[in-house]
Ligand binder design. Structure first.
Ligand code: HEM
Length: 174
């Protein structure tokens, strides 16, 4: 609805063209709804495959809900640390996007690990296999939301914190 409201507000005829509105809706559907739905379903299936994980998560959700007087607030959701680690671990193994494609834009191309890549080259980041690399994640193929960050010994960072080793949302562009 806000896409239509914004199109009316803009007073630009092309913005009100049904084809433009349709293209915007399809893009947002694909980018936002499919990704979130796959992620949620996979997280539920992954956690149900491990009763210890599911029960710990259920306990945490119930405790935080009671503590926040049976009201979900942003602060209360932020306290769901273990649940967030379940989401993160599920996204590592079952994230909805497994490759990111980039075009080389630099006029003179770039060198990547000594390989010259001219302008216009397309390269892909293999997120699927990076997320299963034993050198980065011990026992990489197992779903283990209890895993600790090897460099700090603390629980893993939040699911929204991307890094070179955790790419379900990508990791920005240069
Ligand atoms: C769990 C949920 C989601 C996942 C895993 C996800 C993942 C991604 C990934 C991997 C990219 C590509 C980033 C890149 O090229 O570096 C992307 C781009 C994008 N996402 Fe999401 N996304 C999610 C939810 C959403 C939602 C809810 C929205 C909108 C409401 C959204 C809108 C977009 C848009 C517009 C882009 C393109 C950005 C650009 O090219 O500049 N995403 N997303």
């Amino acid at each position: 609805m806000w896409i239509v409201q914004e199109a009316i507000r803009s007073q630009i005829p092309r913005e009100l063209d049904p084809e433009t509105i349709y293209a915007r809706l399809m893009t947002m559907n694909f980018a936002g709804i499919h990704t979130s739905t796959f992620t949620t379903v996979n997280m539920l299936l992954d956690s149900l495959s491990r009763p210890d994980v599911f029960n710990t998560m259920k306990e945490e959700i119930s405790t935080i809900y009671q503590q926040s007087k049976c009201k979900w607030t942003k602060a209360a959701v932020n306290n769901l640390k273990f649940t967030d680690n379940v989401l993160r671990e599920s996204m590592r193994l079952s994230g909805p996007i497994v490759r990111l494609i980039r075009d080389i834009k630099a006029e003179n191309g770039i060198q990547l690990n000594g390989v010259p890549l001219p302008k216009g080259t397309k390269i892909a980041t293999d997120m699927h296999n990076m997320h299963r690399d034993e050198e980065i994640y011990k026992d990489a193929n197992s779903f283990n939301p209890f895993r600790l960050n090897p460099s700090t010994g603390q629980p893993m960072p939040p699911a929204v914190e991307t890094s070179e080793n955790f790419l379900p949302f990508g990791h920005g562009r240069v």
